[in-house]
Design a protein around this ligand. Structure first.
Ligand SMILES: Nc1ncnc2c1ncn2[C@@H]1O[C@H](COP(=O)(O)OP(=O)(O)O)[C@@H](O)[C@H]1O
Ligand SMILES: [Mg+2]
Length: 264
C-alpha cells in the first residue's frame, strides 16, 4: 500500500518567554492509503502537536524547526498559508475531543454545517442545507430534519461529536485526523462513535489517523500502531506485533495500563 502522508524528521519547539520547549523531537510517521493508524502515547508525549503540525494549525508560540510533511508528493511544511487553507478541511480534516469548543453556540447545527459546505463548494444556501441534512443522515443521526434546527447545547456529547464528524467529512477528505475524539464520552457512546468512524471509513474510503492514550482503542480499530514517548515515535507495527510482541518499555506500560482496567 502506498503512503498518503509521510512525516520525516519533524521537530517542533515552543518558544516561550524565557525558555524553549521541544515538544516533538524528530518524528517519522507514515499513513498509508485507506488505513487506520493509531498514534498512541501518554499525555504530553507530543501526539497533538504532531497532528496539528501536518497542516500547521499550531499555536503562535510553536515553531516547526525542521522536517517535512509529504502529502500527495507536496511538502506541506513548505506551503504558504494561502495554499494550506485549500488543503485544511478539504483534503485533511480534523475532529477533536470537545466538539462544542468548535461548534458555535449561537448558530443552529444546520447553519454551521451549511457554512462549512459553502466554504469549499460553490453552492447556494438551500443546496447546502439539503446537503447538511444528508450529512447528518450519513453520521446516523435520527431525524436529521429536526436536528438541523437544534443548537449544540440541545444535543448530547455523542450527538455533537457526530455533527463534528459530519462537518469534517463535508468535503470528503482523503485523511481524517481524529485527536482523542471519544475521550470525554462514556464507554457506550465511545463504542458507537468508533463503530461509526469505521463504517464511514469503509463507505467513503479515507485514511484515518486516530490519536489516543488508550490502547484498547488501537486493538479495536487499528491496522497499525505508532507509539510516541517524550516527543518521539519509539515503536510502530501492525496490531499483532504491538500487542503480541511489544518491544519498547512504554508500549508495554500502555498495554499493562489498559489490561489492568479490564478493557482487553
Ligand atoms: N501551548 C503550548 N505551550 C507550551 N508547550 C506546549 C504547548 N502545547 C504543548 N506543549 C508541549 O508539548 C508537549 C506535547 O504536547 P501534546 O502534543 O499536546 O501532547 P499529547 O497530545 O501527546 O498529550 C507537552 O508536553 C508540552 O511540553
Ligand atoms: Mg493531545
Amino acid at each position: 500500500m502506498s503512503n498518503l502522508l509521510e512525516i520525516r524528521g519533524l521537530k517542533v519547539n515552543f518558544n516561550l518567554e524565557n525558555q524553549v520547549v521541544t515538544a516533538v523531537r524528530g518524528v517519522d510517521l507514515d499513513i498509508r492509503e485507506d488505513e487506520v493508524l493509531v498514534l498512541a502515547g501518554e499525555s504530553g508525549s507530543g501526539k497533538s502537536v504532531t497532528a496539528l503540525s501536518v497542516t500547521r494549525l499550531l499555536p503562535k508560540t510553536a515553531e516547526i524547526v525542521s522536517g517535512s510533511v509529504n502529502f500527495h508528493w507536496v511538502d506541506l511544511a513548505k506551503l504558504d498559508e494561502k495554499a494550506l487553507v485549500s488543503i485544511r478541511g478539504k483534503e485533511i480534516a480534523y475532529i477533536f475531543q470537545e466538539p462544542t469548543s468548535y461548534l458555535n453556540p449561537v448558530y443552529t447545527i444546520g447553519s454551521q454545517l451549511s457554512e462549512a459546505i459553502m466554504l469549499h463548494h460553490d453552492k447556494t444556501r438551500l443546496e447546502a442545507f439539503k446537503e447538511a441534512v444528508e450529512l447528518l443522515d450519513l453520521v446516523k443521526i435520527k431525524e436529521p430534519k429536526r436536528v438541523i434546527d437544534d443548537y449544540p447545547h440541545q444535543l448530547s456529547g455523542g450527538m455533537n461529536q457526530r455533527v463534528f464528524i459530519a462537518m469534517a467529512l463535508a468535503c470528503r477528505p482523503r485523511l481524517l485526523i481524529a485527536d482523542e475524539p471519544t475521550t470525554s464520552l462514556d464507554v457506550t457512546v465511545e463504542a458507537q462513535i468508533l463503530q461509526l468512524l469505521m463504517e464511514l471509513k469503509k463507505s467513503l474510503g479515507f485514511s484515518l489517523l486516530f490519536i489516543t492514550h488508550n490502547l484498547s482503542i488501537a486493538r479495536r480499530i487499528a491496522d497499525r500502531v505508532s507509539v510516541m514517548y517524550k516527543g518521539k515515535v519509539v515503536e510502530e507495527g501492525d496490531v499483532e506485533k504491538i500487542f503480541g510482541s511489544p518491544e519498547h518499555n512504554h508500549t508495554k506500560e500502555l498495554i499493562r495500563a489498559y489490561e489492568k482496567i479490564g478493557k482487553i
